[in-house]
Design a protein around this ligand. Structure first.
Ligand SMILES: NC(=O)C1=CN([C@@H]2O[C@H](COP(=O)(O)OP(=O)(O)OC[C@H]3O[C@@H](n4cnc5c(N)ncnc54)[C@H](OP(=O)(O)O)[C@@H]3O)[C@@H](O)[C@H]2O)C=CC1
Ligand SMILES: O=C(O)C1=N[C@H](C(=O)O)C[C@H](O)C1
Length: 252
């Protein structure tokens, strides 16, 4: 994601990429690494140093949850607005980040998914949750994905559970193989598939009397995440506190 989004940002006129951090590709030019002309920005391995030297307005993070948390705290302490695509930050961390941002009078965006189609899929699932007694979530990702379930699946369950007066108990039945019925989050079963050939996909299947409704989104290329990331970057500099979910920056 870091490489793909850097490439997109370098090709966006109103955005200047002033620094980049990675643990491995240190010293490499971000333009060359993205298959573009040299950008004159070399990758460093120290975020604090990059922030002090380049004084960015915004820091974009696609790493792992522990690193994203440390990076976000550092950025906010320096008055830099984080835009976090990394999944796995918990509610306590979001609360703490919100307080830190309010203290510094700056904004942050934490978005488990930047693709507009996925945001709409979650929005429609949230709407449908009002009308169907039961639903389950199936997410499918590439094999390199480190976390399960996906941040998108968890966010979808949170949105749906918020619409259901009571999430009905799962039907009883013996699980002959542990995990066969998925993991339960906010009362909803979530099933995670990891397969070669997959990018990022999710289905929410609703069941009611004599009918099924399936709401599905397929990300077939990572460029799908760029428009949403640009929206978050452009908006975060005008915010105060944390916005959790790109849907809160869109008129839905
Ligand atoms: N919000 C959204 O729309 C999307 C979110 N994601 C999320 O983004 C995250 C990253 O996904 P993806 O790019 O596929 O994962 P990758 O594993 O391909 O990339 C993560 C990168 O972060 C690097 N990294 C880890 N710790 C640090 C650190 N402390 N400082 C700098 N770099 C670090 C890793 O380096 P190394 O390999 O050396 O450990 C690796 O290069 C995941 O949480 C994923 O769920 C992904 C797609 C879209
Ligand atoms: O790791 C990924 O690839 C993705 N991660 C995010 C998530 O966990 O929901 C967003 C998207 O699904 C791609």
């Amino acid at each position: 994601m870091g490489r793909e989004m850097t490439k997109g940002l370098l090709q966006t006129e109103d955005i200047e990429v002033v620094g980049a951090v990675d643990q491995v590709a240190v010293g490499e030019d971000i333009g060359t690494l993205s298959g573009l002309k040299p950008a004159g920005v070399a990758i460093k391995d120290d975020l604090a140093e990059v922030i002090k030297e380049a004084r960015p307005q915004v820091m974009v993070d696609f790493t792992v949850a522990a690193a994203a948390w440390a990076n976000a705290r550092l950025a906010v302490e320096e008055g830099v607005s984080p835009v976090i695509g990394t999944t796995g930050l918990g509610p306590e961390q979001l609360d703490e980040l919100h307080k830190m941002c309010e203290g510094r009078q700056i904004g942050a965006v934490v978005a488990p998914n930047f693709s507009i189609g996925a945001i709409l899929m979650m929005h429609f699932a949230r709407q449908a949750a009002r009308y169907f007694p039961r639903a389950e979530i199936i997410e499918l990702h590439h094999e390199q994905k480190l976390d399960a379930p996906s941040g998108t699946a968890m966010k979808t369950a949170e949105l749906m559970a918020g619409e259901m007066e009571t999430v009905p108990p799962l039907p009883k039945g013996e699980e002959k193989i542990a995990g066969a019925r998925g993991g339960i989050y906010r009362g909803l079963a979530v099933h995670s598939l990891r397969l070669p050939g997959a990018v990022a996909h999710q289905e929410v299947i609703f069941g009611g009397q004599g009918q099924l409704l399936t709401i599905r989104h397929d990300t077939i290329g990572r460029e799908a995440f760029l428009p949403g990331l640009l929206l978050a970057i452009r908006r975060v500099i005008h915010l105060k506190g944390v916005v959790y979910g790109l849907e809160n920056l869109m008129e839905l």
